[in-house]
Structures are given as structure tokens and as C-alpha cells.
Design a protein around this ligand. Structure first.
Ligand code: HPA
Length: 245
């Protein structure tokens, strides 16, 4: 089984010494620039920074189809997707690492399917994340001594602007615990492509209207940097714990 880690905003220092391994263009276009290959805990991993490297693609401009097809064509069968999110629910405080178990999609106008006029695809998406992969990620956090929130509803918004307080209120009423801009259509495309896919989300700010203090980009960046170090520990434990293939 070949693995990929799809990274969000913020670099993954773990991949700093990976060898460049650009994913070639495919019929959906150009995968994000900056893909590289290396080993984590002895296992071959492709790292794909979904916003490109240097980071330049806003969430609505990421070519999710080219990225997912590029990984599939490279032989990848399992994807751990990293993303930063805003926290909505009481458990999703700033700094928390979450392995969500559900999604609500509020994005629009994105190329969101591999289905074509002559190729209907009705995939089962009741459980949007691979259950076994989720369990392995949660267990890995435990082995690494990291607190993790097991489950939560990820609400995917269009961006690139942040939400209004009223939009977040509505998302809370809908049952969302987290808000981010990149989870969809990536997760659905991975399902259509037959890849095992799960997310590790890092809460970097309280969602709009949920904080007493004003929005603080420097604080968000500091939380993201600290969180990425913990997520790297989680990834190492995850890849160490994989048996076979
Ligand atoms: N909203 C949407 N996406 C995000 C947020 C947020 O508050 N924080 C990080 N990504």
C-alpha cells in the first residue's frame, strides 16, 4: 500500500528533506507544484502541498481533481489529509487536533466530481472517511502521547474569506464542530477514486464570532507551527504502526 500526506497551509518540516517528485499533469490539469517523496518511519510517502509550493493557490483555486488523480496515478492508495480549521464546538478549542468523522459541504462552483456525462458515479459517502484509517490515526495519537478529538463534523466553506458570525451560527445549528476551506471536494474525490482517506485537522482559531479577542493572524501562525510539530509526532507514530504493505 502506498501512502500520501496532503498538506495544507504551512509547511511540513518532516518533508523538508524529501526528494522533489512532481506529479505529472493529467487529464484534469496540473497537480499542485512541490510534490516530493521520502520516508517517514521507514515507509515511502508522497507529500503533496495542496496549495502548491511556494504556496499560491487559494482554497477555491486548488485543482482537487488533478491532485487526487495525480496521487492515484502514482499508485497511492491511502491519503492522510492535513488541514487547519476554525473551532466551532466546545471540544474544538484552539490547538486541538481533531480526526473528523463527518462532513457538511458548503462549497460551490468547484470541480467536485470525476463523473462525466458518460460516466455516472454514485459513490456511497454516508461515512466520508475511511473508518480503519481514522482508527489508526486516533490510536497513533494515543501512542505518541497526544490528545486528539476522535470525531467531529467538518464544515467545508468556500473561502478564501473567513465566515461571518451568522454563517458560523448557522453551521453550529447544522451540527458543525469545525470549519475549513479545503476538505471538500477533496474527500469526495478521494472516495470516487477509490482511495482510503482521512483528515487530521488542527484548530488554529475560534471560528468567527466565537472569540472575545479580535482575529490575530500572528497567533494563528504560532498555533499552526506548534500544532504541526505535534502532527508530525502523530504521523511518525501512524507510519510506525502500519503493518505489512
Ligand atoms: N474558517 C475557515 N477556514 C479556516 C478557519 C476558519 O475560521 N481557520 C482556519 N481555516
Amino acid at each position: 500500500m502506498s501512502w500520501a500526506v496532503v498538506g495544507g497551509s504551512g509547511a511540513l518540516p518532516l518533508a523538508a528533506d524529501f526528494a522533489p517528485a512532481a506529479l505529472p499533469p493529467n487529464r484534469f490539469g496540473e497537480p499542485a507544484a512541490g510534490a516530493c517523496r521520502g520516508r517517514i518511519a521507514g515507509r515511502e510517502v508522497i507529500y503533496l502541498p495542496r496549495h502548491g509550493r511556494p504556496q499560491h493557490l487559494a482554497p477555491h483555486l486548488v485543482n482537487y481533481r488533478a491532485n487526487v488523480e495525480g496521487l492515484r496515478a502514482a499508485g497511492v492508495r491511502g491519503v492522510v489529509a492535513l488541514n487547519t480549521v476554525g473551532g466551532i464546538g466546545p471540544a474544538t478549542v484552539t490547538g486541538a487536533i481533531v480526526v473528523p468523522d463527518q462532513v457538511i459541504d458548503y462549497t460551490w462552483g468547484r470541480q467536485h466530481t470525476f463523473a462525466e456525462p458518460d460516466r455516472l458515479l454514485h459513490v456511497d459517502f454516508a461515512e466520508p472517511f475511511d473508518a480503519d484509517l481514522r482508527r489508526r490515526l486516533v490510536d497513533a495519537a494515543g501512542r505518541a502521547g497526544l490528545a486528539v478529538v476522535d470525531g467531529g463534523v467538518y464544515g467545508a466553506t468556500q473561502g478564501p474569506r473567513f465566515e461571518t458570525a451568522a454563517e458560523i451560527e448557522r453551521m453550529a445549528r447544522d451540527g458543525c464542530d469545525l470549519v475549513g476551506m479545503t476538505g471538500m471536494p477533496e474527500a469526495a474525490l478521494a472516495r470516487e477514486a477509490g482511495l482510503d482517506y482521512a483528515m487530521v485537522s488542527l484548530v488554529v482559531n475560534p471560528a468567527a464570532g466565537r472569540a472575545d479577542n479580535p482575529f490575530d493572524i500572528a497567533a494563528i501562525e504560532a498555533t499552526a507551527a506548534d500544532g504541526m510539530i505535534r502532527i508530525e509526532r502523530l504521523l511518525r507514530a501512524f507510519f510506525e504502526g502500519l503493518d505489512g504493505g
